[in-house]
Design a protein around this ligand. Structure first.
Ligand SMILES: [Zn+2]
Length: 146
């Protein structure tokens, strides 16, 4: 079964440099943009190949190779991006998970997310502004806490 967190999908992502901050950014599907951009800005989205800049301090959200830019201010989840949301599908904050790692309850949270991801009950492709699975972010936080 192909889920949004399928490894082959993640690996097939193209990469481009953010024109604002220069960070290496991964491509996103048009479907992701339509679920993330606010009305009425979503009406103005032009079909193109877009990339998402994951740097919270960068004003650019999506950009295309041909120079189209959508700013983070135009996203529905700006507050969540600014507060470093970890898992958009199940509403888990980075702070929540960092505390869980400290108190030893992180395993059950991660097990829940893994189980739901395997069952394809996650919706990263539309819920996460990056369109990517959040499991890599869980691993990044775990490493940071070690
Ligand atoms: Zn950027």
């Amino acid at each position: 079964m192909m889920s949004c967190c399928d490894k082959s999908i993640e690996k097939s992502k193209a990469v481009a440099l953010c024109p604002k901050c220069g960070l290496s950014c991964k491509s996103v599907a048009m479907r992701t943009l339509y679920h993330q951009v606010k009305f009425p800005e979503n009406l103005k989205i032009v079909q193109d190949h877009y990339y998402f800049c994951p740097d919270n301090s960068c004003s650019t959200a999506y950009f295309s190779g041909s120079g189209k830019v959508i700013v983070k201010q135009d996203l529905r989840k700006l507050a969540e991006i600014e507060s470093a949301k970890l898992c958009y599908c199940f509403d888990i904050d980075s702070v929540d998970y960092t505390q869980a790692l400290k108190s030893g309850s992180a395993e059950s949270i991660k097990a829940f997310v893994l189980q739901k991801t395997k069952a394809a009950d996650c919706a990263c492709a539309v819920q996460n502004p990056s369109g990517l699975c959040c499991l890599a972010e869980f691993k990044r936080l775990e490493k940071a806490e070690q």
